[in-house]
Ligand binder design. Structure first.
Ligand code: ASP
Length: 435
């Protein structure tokens, strides 16, 4: 049994619903379907979830919300009518509208985006509708109560073909609670874990995780196989991939996660697992590249500092005091460099520098700004000579000056700092090493 989650762009209109049905029908093991609310049909269009948030704001400020609410109801009715379904949306919308007048919580109103999407999809596929409110439970502190939720879903869905709305669940008192934006990914992962699915398919509008940012490398190919640790390295530095809380439930149960493209269903997409054995030979040495601009490097130098046992801890301590996470560190003898995101550092920069100066009395403190940090990630780089030579050779060929290098002994990633102006060229150079 597989759990397949379809994102908003896969449900934007009736044509997308048809694509989803043909994907589901192609593989009978796709028996648990999790859906988002309909997303944008074209660039200037609105996501249903955004419209519902807007409705809620209108209600809150006492502004008539019917024009916006009408946009929502029309979208669902158009999908239903075009697909020839018979779900009685009108009476549900009427009840909802009344609840809105009587005082509905924002969470409940916004959750209706996924709810109606799932109602229509269940009818269209001939599957049963299982409401997230009937199994996905939160604890009082807002965390997912996994034991209770898994048990409830196993009871409701084992051996059945069901469609489940993503993005929400219920608090212990029965009130609806939303997840973070994009939370249907998490619902899908929880459903897969609850039912011990053989795979969790996440259907979206790209063919998996790309090896590099397509805004910089137009021809970037997708990654076939990636481990969770590599994924973490890439997303830490900026790759736009799944949120960590959405991979956690399936990772924990060693369920493979497969990112697929609804608009190109033949493409196998990206498979993510803890480790790969058989596929290993086909894997590239470099799995992917990610990076971001907007970093500063604070370097502290003091003669004799490396001979003391607590200097490094003290340097880091000034950042932690202001809750400024240090992304990477590098160093030399008697000198430590801390790589920090500039927008996080800036509000506390002078306070940190002043304290460092006063209390550590270093010989030199220096801040370099406008740096970009790139991570070259690949499990197959480790213990294989020549990876760095290729990477740095490619950068040199394109005249990219390297300002910082960091590589741990695990060699899952090589971190490279360059000037912001060289960032795009550096990504292209590194991509050329991927093949
Ligand atoms: N519809 C919600 C959002 O737009 C949740 C989701 O799509 O996953 O964030």
């Amino acid at each position: 049994m597989k759990t397949a989650k379809f994102g908003g762009s896969s449900l934007a209109d009736a044509a997308q619903f048809r694509r989803v049905r043909s994907i589901v029908e192609r593989d009978p093991s796709r028996s648990v379907i999790v859906v988002s609310a309909p997303g944008k049909r074209f660039k200037e269009d609105h996501k249903i979830t955004d419209l519902l948030y807007l409705c809620s704001a209108h209600l809150q400020y006492g502004v008539a919300c019917d024009p916006v609410f009408g946009m929502v109801t029309e979208r669902y009715c158009a999908i239903r009518d075009e697909l020839g379904l018979s779900v009685d949306l009108e009476s549900e919308f009427k009840q909802l509208r009344k609840k809105m007048d009587d005082g509905i919580s924002q969470a409940e109103l916004v959750s209706r985006g996924e709810y109606f999407s799932a109602r229509l999809m269940a009818d269209y596929l001939g599957y049963e509708f299982v409401d997230a409110a009937d199994w996905l439970r939160f604890t009082l502190d807002g965390a997912v109560d996994r034991d209770a939720s898994y048990e409830a879903l196993a009871r409701l869905a084992t051996g059945r073909r069901v469609v489940i709305p993503g993005f929400y669940g219920v608090m212990p008192d029965g009130r609806i609670r939303l997840m973070q934006r994009g939370g249907s990914d998490i619902t899908g992962a929880l459903a897969a874990a609850a039912l011990d699915a053989e795979a969790y398919e996440n259907w979206t509008d790209v063919s998996g995780i790309l090896m590099a940012d397509p805004r910089i490398v137009e021809e970037a190919r997708s990654i076939s196989y990636i481990t969770y640790s590599e994924l973490r390295e890439l997303s830490y530095i900026g790759a736009q991939v799944l949120h960590e809380s959405s991979v956690f439930p399936v990772r924990e149960k060693n369920i493979p996660l497969n990112i697929r493209n609804t608009n190109d269903p033949e493409d196998p997409g990206t498979v993510i697992r803890e480790s790969f054995e058989n596929e290993e030979d086909k894997a590239n040495r470099i799995t992917g590249i990610a990076g971001r601009t907007g970093f500063s490097v604070v370097t502290v130098a003091k003669s004799g500092m490396s001979g003391t046992s607590d200097a490094f801890r003290r340097v880091l301590g000034y950042f932690s005091k202001y809750n400024v996470p240090v992304a990477y560190t590098t160093g030399g003898i008697d000198c430590y460099s801390c790589v920090v995101e500039s927008k996080v550092l800036d509000p506390y920069k002078y306070a940190i520098l002043a304290e460092l100066q006063r209390e550590m009395e270093p010989d030199k403190i220096h801040v370099s700004e406008h740096l970009a940090v790139l991570a070259v990630v690949g499990r197959r780089m480790a213990f294989r000579s020549g990876s760095s030579a290729r990477i740095f050779g490619a950068l040199a060929e394109r005249n990219v000056n390297i300002r910082m290098i960091s590589q741990g002994p695990e060699e899952l990633n090589i971190i490279i700092g360059v000037e912001e102006k060289d960032y795009r060229e550096a990504v292209r150079a590194l991509y050329s090493c991927c093949q």
